[in-house]
Design a protein. Structure first.
Length: 148
């Protein structure tokens, strides 16, 4: 089973989308293995987005992420990194398909509600950054009804 890091950004929290987003991942058949509501500071946000530090939108992105609490989560399941990105939709909400989270709930690229790791390697790094104690270890009794 693969794990990914998902973060509901401050706009998603402020707009009351936390339950809706969690529900989409739950109903798909993925397992919530870590979750916290947290305000991150500038240094932490800069570390999370270090790969984008040369981008013109970097400062605005960091301001956005530190503007309010975020919900940080670990989700687990088969191909959860790639499938999670599909559930989230394209980075720019004007290109995200209806039915995706960004396609349904966002308009601007700089207010796109949610983050999801873009590879297994970034998921590993992001989970280590946000959850230094690792994931919660539990198993669902319904797993055989979702996984062969
Ligand atoms: P994703 O979040 O889909 O993995 P990126 O890693 O490319 O996308 O960018 C990280 C975040 O930076 C995006 O989710 C978005 O909030 C913001 N961002 C990306 N491109 C732009 C842009 N051109 N202008 C403003 N913000 C942007």
């Amino acid at each position: 089973m693969e794990q990914t890091f998902i973060m509901i950004k401050p706009d998603g929290v402020q707009r009351g989308l936390v339950g809706e987003i969690i529900s989409r991942f739950e109903k798909k058949g993925f397992y919530l293995k870590g979750m916290k509501l947290v305000n991150v500071d500038r240094t932490f946000a800069e570390r999370h987005y270090a790969d984008l530090s040369a981008k013109s939108f970097f400062d605005g992105l960091v301001e956005y992420i530190i503007s309010g609490p975020v919900v940080a989560m670990i989700w687990e399941g088969k191909n959860v990194v790639l499938t999670g990105r599909k559930i989230i939709g394209a980075t720019n909400p004007s290109e995200s398909a209806p039915g995706t989270i960004r396609g349904d709930f966002a308009v601007e690229i700089g207010r796109n509600v949610i983050h999801g790791s873009d590879s297994v390697e970034s998921a590993r790094k992001e989970i280590a950054l946000w959850f230094p104690d690792g994931a919660e270890n539990w198993g669902s009794s319904l797993q055989p009804w979702i996984y062969e």
